[in-house]
Every structure is written in structure tokens, then in C-alpha cells.
Design a protein around this ligand. Structure first.
Ligand SMILES: *Cc1c(COP(=O)(O)O)cnc(C)c1O
Length: 357
């Protein structure tokens, strides 16, 4: 395997007070970088001090958005180990996104080794309070200095690390979500299954309008009929109807969430009835009218589980479970976060030890 050259930072920073971390504004001392050039492949894997880098104003990513990213987390366990959660699954999905965006495939083993080496080097930055973590952001951008449209010949891959505060700093509370009826996020055959900036660019306007109306997020419907449920745009979505856990099937326009997978595997393991299938917004509203809609919750790396207390669709509001956290939402949140932080046995083999402290 390729060696990873390390250049150490002259000065080390320090982790701020853990209740002041917030999300995504503080970065650790080092970053992992790798280059790609057609004919040479991926090369020059290295760890260098975190810092700005030069890019041509003509760099292709700035003009045409050929880029992908990942988002995963490392945790400090009670017995002072640093672990990551399902890193190889995240890196495999990174390659799936690469394929969708015509970005060359990466060596998952090399990235996994680089990630571990980087986190071990910056392990003092992994916060320890309950709910905090080290957010890991791998990304690839096309950098050829060329303003014509084509698949790029030069790319840069980075992995940067950011200590983040507890997502539920003010408590684990249900959110209000607007079911989008006007804008669409992704369409079958498009980029919806890729973790790519374009999907986020496509979602900003709708999110802004929803915020003005008092909602925290948008629930997307399919782009063709605006009838079937897709996802929240940063989270996948689940419904508990008559005891059954239902989530939209992977159809090419929604993200194949790792937390989604964890929820499905855990719920199955608990003996719950679980389905991945097409589900319409009508069915959800009908179930609510019949008193069978028990819970709605989102799943994603940032929040793990996000209970939904209210949905609004075409001005029709429904309150779910009295705007209280559902039993299954709470149980899933407690169990998955306990695995991540080493408080319960990891019977699924999801946790990957990076280093001891
Ligand atoms: C990252 C992301 C999710 C959540 O996926 P996880 O792997 O669970 O973090 C859901 N939807 C979109 C569009 C995303 O980018």
C-alpha cells in the first residue's frame, strides 16, 4: 500500500470548551490530501498541516460543480478509546458518489488507513462530553484550470476534521417539517443518490422559504408526481404505522443513508416489522386520520435520530404523537448512540477502533 507522508504542524491548537463547539466551524491541526491526474491515477497521499490551499480561478469545480463529499463521525468512548462509526461503509458510498459524478474510483483501504492515521494524530481534538464528536469530512473537487465543460482530468481529495458539539444541546425535541409541494430536489436518473454539493444547492431556496414559514426542514416528494415520499435532504425519513417501520425504498433519487441502514438493521434485530417501499404522502395523512400514524423520524449522521412532531402539506397540518418523542425514536437514538460511544456491546461490528488515549 502507498505510504502516507506526514508533515507535522509547527504549532498545535487546542480544543475549545466543549459546550462552545457548535457545528463545523473549528478544524483540527492536520488534514489528509491526495491528488489525481489522468494517466497517473491517485497519488501523493499525505497528511499536512490544516490550512488554505491555492486553486485556479478557472478550477473546474468552481464552474461546473464536479464534486462529492462524505460525512461521518469519530467518538471518544467512556474507556478512552477513539472510534469511528461504519467508516468503510461511508468510504464505499464515497466511491458510489464518485461513480455517479464521473470521478475516478479511490482505494477504500488507503483512505481508511489515512483516515485512521489522521485522527490518531489529532486525537486530542476528539471531544468527550455526551453527544459531542469529531465530524469527519472527506471531499473531492475537480481542479483542472479549464472553463470548458468535460469530465475533469485533475482532482484533489481532502479529509478535514471538525470537533462538533451535541446536536441536541437544548434537548432531544421533535421538529416541524414542511412537506414540499412546489420545489423538487432530485429526479430518478439524476444525482439524488450521490452525496454531491449540487443536491444541496438545489435545496437551499425551498429550505429558506420553509424557515420563513416556521419549519426547520423540508420533506421532499418525488419530482415527477410530487406524491411519493423521498427524504428530508440531510436525513432519510421513517414512519411507524400500525407498529410497522416504513421507509422509502432506494430508488436512485434518495441517498443511501448509513444511519438509515443502521435503523433498519436494529429494528429488524428487535423483531419489528420493517419495510422499504414506496409510500405516498396520502398514505401518511390517511394513516394519521385513522389514528395509525404513531411516529415519524429522520435519520442521519449529524442528529442520528430526529423525531418529527408536526408535518404540514398544502397547508394541512398534522401533529404526530402529541408532538412528543415516540417510543421507537427514543429507543433507536439511545441504542445507536450507545453503540457509537461504546456503552453497549457492538454486536453488529459497526465501530472501528482508531487509537487508545
Ligand atoms: C448525508 C445525507 C443523508 C444521511 O445519510 P447518513 O449516511 O445517515 O449520514 C441523507 N440525505 C442526504 C441527501 C444526505 O446528504
Amino acid at each position: 500500500m502507498t505510504d502516507i507522508a506526514v508533515t507535522l504542524a509547527d504549532k498545535r491548537g487546542t480544543l475549545p470548551a466543549e459546550d462552545k463547539l457548535g457545528f463545523g466551524k473549528i478544524f483540527t491541526d492536520h488534514m489528509f490530501v491526495m491528488d489525481y491526474v489522468t494517466g497517473q491515477g491517485w497519488h501523493n497521499a499525505r497528511i499536512i498541516p490544516y490550512g488554505d490551499f491555492d486553486i485556479s480561478p478557472a478550477a473546474m469545480v468552481l464552474h461546473y460543480g464536479q464534486a462529492i463529499f462524505e460525512g461521518m463521525k469519530a467518538f471518544r468512548t467512556g474507556d478512552n478509546r477513539v472510534v469511528t462509526y461504519r467508516p468503510v461503509d461511508h468510504l464505499k458510498r464515497f466511491n458510489n458518489s464518485a461513480d455517479i459524478l464521473s470521478i475516478p474510483q479511490m482505494d477504500v483501504d488507503l483512505l481508511h488507513a489515512g483516515l485512521k492515521q489522521l485522527i490518531a494524530l489529532d486525537k486530542e481534538w476528539v471531544p468527550k462530553s455526551l453527544g459531542t464528536s469529531l465530524y469527519i469530512r472527506p471531499f473531492v473537487v475537480s481542479v483542472d484550470p479549464y472553463v470548458g465543460v468535460k469530465v475533469a482530468d485533475e482532482y484533489k481529495l481532502f479529509i478535514i476534521l471538525s470537533p462538533v458539539g451535541a446536536y441536541y444541546a437544548s434537548g432531544f425535541k421533535p421538529v416541524k417539517i414542511k412537506v414540499e409541494e412546489h420545489f423538487v430536489r432530485a429526479v430518478k436518473g439524476g444525482l439524488g443518490e450521490a452525496k454531491t454539493p449540487a443536491n444541496y444547492a438545489a435545496s437551499l431556496k425551498a429550505a429558506e422559504v420553509a424557515k420563513e414559514e416556521g419549519y426547520t426542514q423540508v420533506l421532499w416528494l418525488d419530482a415527477l408526481e410530487q406524491k411519493y415520499i423521498e427524504e428530508v435532504g440531510t436525513m432519510n425519513i421513517f414512519f411507524k404505522i400500525g407498529g410497522e417501520i416504513i421507509t422509502p425504498e432506494l430508488n436512485g433519487s434518495i441517498l443511501n443513508g448509513i444511519t438509515r441502514r443502521s435503523v433498519l438493521e436494529v429494528a429488524k434485530d428487535w423483531g419489528m416489522k420493517v419495510s422499504e417501499r414506496r409510500i405516498s404522502i396520502d398514505e401518511v395523512y390517511q394513516a394519521h386520520a385513522e389514528g395509525r400514524l404513531q411516529e415519524v423520524f429522520g435519520s442521519g449522521t449529524a442528529a442520528v435520530i430526529s423525531p418529527v412532531g408536526e408535518l404540514s402539506w398544502k397547508g394541512r397540518k398534522i401533529v404526530i404523537n402529541n408532538n412528543e418523542i415516540g417510543e421507537t425514536s427514543q429507543k433507536l437514538f439511545d441504542y445507536i448512540t450507545s453503540i457509537q460511544q461504546g456503552r453497549v456491546a457492538d454486536k453488529f461490528g459497526w465501530v472501528d477502533e482508531v487509537t487508545k488515549l
